[in-house]
Design a protein around this ligand. Structure first.
Ligand SMILES: CC1=[NH+][C@H]2[C@@H](O1)O[C@H](CO)[C@@H](O)[C@@H]2O
Length: 495
């Protein structure tokens, strides 16, 4: 029933009021999208969603004269409760109104509006109507500011188009950060002009020995722009001092013994380290981070810091005590896997917790000191964990993670000593040791990414497994229309 679409939105909105008397809005060949000047790009984005499946022209205009019968996207004049990303959505038989303080809020409202139309609205070829959306009112805004997905493009390289495809998919669920794991033992994936062999040689292979690849600066800038159009900020990661075999293989002088190790195509971790006592290491880091900062309009550079088992503790501290100021000198904030807290970074640094326990002294102390924490518990949010023993892809070191596991935790009280006010948000990492193509990404990310997205966006008061699994079932037909190769978890009564 149409009105149930209003109560099936993922992430669950703050408040949903279906129209008491039912009723609906109907898209017609005469429908116009009317936007405020600052919202034109959101209007064009929505038009590109609606035109192929309806076959309607759906012009985007920016005048206020539309006499109803249209979709209007309006900036300003909303309650401050909505914040930077909230919106109000009003649907009735005369038209649709989305109001927000910012274009990001309108974009979030547009993702909700999409879900009010039948699944076939997502088709890219002309479909039969009617194109109706249930009448009612939604007022909505996010619980956490940072709602992220991470894609490991180092273990296996993913083309710009494959990354854009994932960007389109995470945008459906109001994810607003994409962390790209750009360098690791198996591959260096971003052109660095001052150290060209990093990409040309360090990016020339991948897990399993395939051709690998890398993003030229132009391609990377295009990804950043594509994500920004969808109000998603890209956070680049250069993992160090560990996970650096690709860099070490590319430049012998970076190695303590002056010899470059071979390129690595396996999936072990913890065997590589930059040479902490060599000065060239810090020129390398400064050069790389300087070029990366120029490519990053966002506020964070992620410096990794995980699993530095080939670096002594004193060297690890020495390394970060020199590197953290480099990032800040570039006007960026540091993000890192939570181990880097050992170097006592400034409280503007963002530790990303990836542990499998609910207590961690480093993280609790950091919260106490005033850090905001990013939560990626590996046994809840790691999308590369197998669903169960039969899952053909993925790893299992943090245990199997079915959909209910991914959903059954409260970021606001998950880590001891880390209260809701200390949580910046959540992020779902997808490591690619076993993933090679978009279908693999989609099989692991859907349906669990929407679970993490709901934990990041929706009020805890709406958190309910039975409601979520029912709403998830209604997403299935939409993913089919979008060509998303999702895992049909037996926990969901797919429609
Ligand atoms: C932060 C972190 N370091 C490790 C760990 O997560 O597990 C991942 C696989 O799940 C692996 O790819 C990664 O190198």
């Amino acid at each position: 029933a149409k009105e149930s679409r209003m109560t099936q939105v993922i992430p669950a909105p703050v408040s949903v009021t279906p129209n008491r008397h039912g009723g609906e809005f109907r898209l017609t060949p005469a429908t116009v999208i009317d936007t405020d000047r600052g919202a034109r790009r959101v209007g064009e984005y929505l038009a590109r969603v609606l035109r192929p499946s309806t076959g309607y022209r759906i012009p985007v205009v920016d005048d206020r004269r539309h006499g109803g019968g249209g979709i209007s996207l309006e900036l300003g004049r909303v309650s401050p409760t909505l914040g930077e990303e909230g919106y109000e959505l009003e649907v009735d038989r005369r038209g649709v109104e989305v109001k927000a303080a910012t274009a990001a809020g309108l974009f979030a409202g547009v993702q909700t509006l999409r879900q009010l139309f039948p699944a076939r609205i997502e088709a890219r070829t002309e479909q039969r109507g009617p194109w109706t959306a249930p009448a009612g009112r939604i007022v909505d805004y996010p619980r956490f500011a940072y709602r992220g997905a991470m894609l490991d493009v180092a273990r296996h390289f993913f083309s710009p188009d494959e990354v854009k495809r994932y960007i389109d998919q995470i945008a459906l669920y109001k994810i607003n950060r994409l962390h790209l794991h750009l360098a690791d033992d198996q591959g260096w994936r971003i052109e660095i002009e001052s150290w060209p062999r990093l990409a040309t040689y360090g990016g020339s292979t991948e897990v399993g020995g395939g051709p690998g690849g890398y993003y030229t600066k132009a391609q990377y800038r295009d990804l950043v722009a594509y994500a920004a159009e969808r109000h998603i900020e890209i956070i680049p990661e250069i993992d160090m001092p560990g996970h650096t075999n690709a860099a070490l293989a590319s430049y012998p002088e970076l190695n303590c013994n002056g010899e470059a190790p071979p390129l690595y195509t396996g999936i072990e971790v913890g065997f590589s380290s930059l040479c902490i006592e060599k000065e060239i290491t810090y020129r390398f880091v400064e050069d790389v981070l300087t070029e990366l900062a120029e490519l990053t309009p966002g506020e964070y550079l992620h410096v990794g810091g995980d699993e530095a088992q080939a670096t002594t503790e004193p060297d690890y501290l020495k390394f970060f005590q020199r590197v953290l100021p480099i990032v800040e000198g570039l006007g960026k904030k540091v993000a890192g896997w939570h181990e880097f807290l050992k170097a006592t970074p400034s409280t503007s640094a963002l530790p990303q917790f990836w542990g499998t326990t609910t207590s961690n002294a480093l993280v609790a102390e950091a919260a106490e000191r005033g850090h905001k924490i990013l939560l990626s518990p590996a046994n809840k949010a790691y999308l590369d964990m197998k669903y169960d023993a039969n899952t053909p892809l993925g790893l299992a070191w943090a245990g199997f993670t079915e959909v209910d596991d991914a959903y059954a935790w409260n970021p606001g009280e998950y880590v001891q000593g880390v209260p809701e006010a200390a949580v910046l948000g959540v992020e779902a990492p997808l490591w690619s040791e076993t993933l090679e193509v978009s279908d693999h990404i989609e099989f692991m990310a859907f349906p669990r990414l929407p679970a993490i997205a709901e934990l990041g966006w929706s009020p805890w008061s709406t958190h309910d497994w039975e409601s979520f699994r029912t709403r998830l079932a209604a997403q299935g037909p939409r993913w089919t229309e979008l060509g998303i190769d999702f895992y049909r978890s037996p926990q969901i009564d797919w429609q």
